[in-house]
Ligand binder design. Structure first.
Ligand code: NAD
Length: 252
């Protein structure tokens, strides 16, 4: 039997940190070796524990906050990393890319199998639908989410605009007032916030007299947690590089 995978959870006290711990508690080939959070105590250690205990860890999983990204990525140097933290700014993105030159890193705005299938189907459907169909994206998340649009909606916008041979200048984040008629060269990306919604994403492809909707609804955070643990198993023995969830799942 393969050796048990020892995981360091960064952001252990958060919603995703707890979901990953639940998945690991039921796993027979992976376990929580180190729990790290900005708020230490009760068996959860501070970020510096990652550096001190790196020999006891095979892979780090990070679900924290974009504002901590540079510190977290520095502390994860030397161990394969799976990071699901969304809303990275330029500095965070640069730190991630630098880290990936020396070690394997999986970064995915959404770790669920279904959403990664949605990305693939969105690409195929947008290409096949062609110019006669307008693409619009709507996402909804719980009231506590602080970044917008969601990392998943942003990725969906990238996929759809690439399929339409458009760039980020095509994205319209909300419309208000006299914005004029919709042109073919725009993609709406709309954000809804409220309640306890874990994460809903819909791509509309609207043609003349017909609308195709591709929707993914997350039923619980465990889908992201399971995806992150799956990515941790996969990334352990990869060469340095920045990988996506499509790489992990083998979706071309
Ligand atoms: P949360 O606020 O519940 O938890 C974040 C945790 O990170 C907190 O316990 C906080 O104390 C800790 N933290 C922040 N800075 C830290 C630092 N410097 N060192 C150590 N710990 C630190 O948030 P959440 O709902 O668990 O989401 C976390 C992140 O994951 C967000 O960016 C969210 O958008 C993203 N997310 C990604 C996916 C995915 O599939 N990729 C799914 C859900 C959420």
């Amino acid at each position: 039997m393969a050796e048990e995978l020892r995981i360091a959870m960064v952001g252990a006290r958060g919603r995703m940190g707890r979901a990953v711990a639940d998945v690991l508690a039921e796993s027979d080939d992976a376990r929580l070796a180190l729990a790290v959070d900005r708020e230490a105590g009760d068996g959860v250690l501070g970020l510096e524990a990652l550096v001190i205990s790196s020999a006891d860890v095979d892979v780090a999983i990070d679900f924290t906050h974009a504002s901590s990204a540079v510190d977290v990525f520095e502390a994860c140097a030397g161990m394969p990393l799976v990071t699901g933290t969304t809303g990275l700014d330029e500095e965070g993105r640069a730190a991630l890319e630098k880290l990936a030159t020396v070690q394997p890193v999986v970064h995915a705005p959404n770790m669920s199998v279904g959403v990664n299938l949605l990305f693939h189907l969105a690409k195929v459907a947008t290409e096949l639908a062609g110019e006669g169909f307008d693409a619009e994206i709507v996402e909804m998340h719980h009231r506590h989410k602080t970044d917008a649009p969601s990392g998943t909606a942003a990725r969906l916008a990238e996929v759809v605009s690439a399929a339409k041979e458009l760039g980020p200048e095509a994205w319209r984040f909300g419309r208000s007032g006299q914005v004029g008629a919709r042109t073919r060269d725009e993609i709406g990306v709309m954000t809804l916030r409220g309640g306890s919604v874990i994460g809903d994403h819909t791509l509309y492809l609207a043609g003349s007299d017909e609308v195709l909707e591709l929707t993914h609804r997350a039923g619980s955070r465990s889908i992201f947690a399971r995806g992150a643990v799956h990515a941790a198993r996969w990334v352990r023995s990869r060469p340095p590089g920045l990988y996506s969830m499509s790489d992990v799942l083998g979706i071309s």
